[in-house]
Design a protein. Structure first.
Length: 114
C-alpha cells in the first residue's frame, strides 16, 4: 500500500497529472462554488510545465512546447472525467416543473464544468 496518494512518479504520468487537475478544480468548485472554464486549463498547463521543469530533462525550448501540448491533453482528460462523472447525476425533470428549491447555481464536486 502506498504511503501517499500522489508521488513524484505518479505526478509525471497522464493519469496522475489529470487526477491533480480533476481533484483541485472540483474541490474548489465544491467548497467555494468557483470554477471558471479557464481555471482547469491554466492548472493543467502549470502542472505540465512544472513536470517538465522538475524532471530536469528539458534540454531545448521545444521540450516546453511539448509540455504545453501535454497540458492540453491533461486538460481534456480532466474535462472528460468530470463530464462523465457529472452526467450520471443529472435528473430528468418533468416539463413545466419549477426549478428545485435548492440553489440552482450551486455547484457540487461532480457538476460538469460545461
Amino acid at each position: 500500500m502506498p504511503h501517499s496518494f500522489f508521488t513524484n512518479q505518479s505526478f509525471f504520468t497522464l493519469a496522475g497529472a489529470s487526477a491533480i487537475v480533476f481533484v483541485v478544480c472540483n474541490a474548489l468548485q465544491s467548497a467555494l462554488n468557483f470554477n471558471p472554464k479557464w481555471l482547469a486549463l491554466v492548472l493543467a498547463e502549470l502542472v505540465a510545465l512544472y513536470g517538465t521543469h522538475a524532471s530536469q530533462n528539458a534540454l531545448v525550448p521545444s521540450d516546453y512546447f511539448l509540455a504545453a501540448l501535454n497540458g492540453c491533453l491533461i486538460y481534456c482528460t480532466a474535462v472528460g472525467g468530470t463530464t462523465i462523472a457529472g452526467s450520471s447525476r443529472r435528473k430528468a425533470r418533468p416539463k413545466g416543473l419549477a426549478i428545485d428549491s435548492e440553489d440552482p447555481q450551486r455547484r457540487d464536486f461532480t457538476t460538469s464544468w460545461f
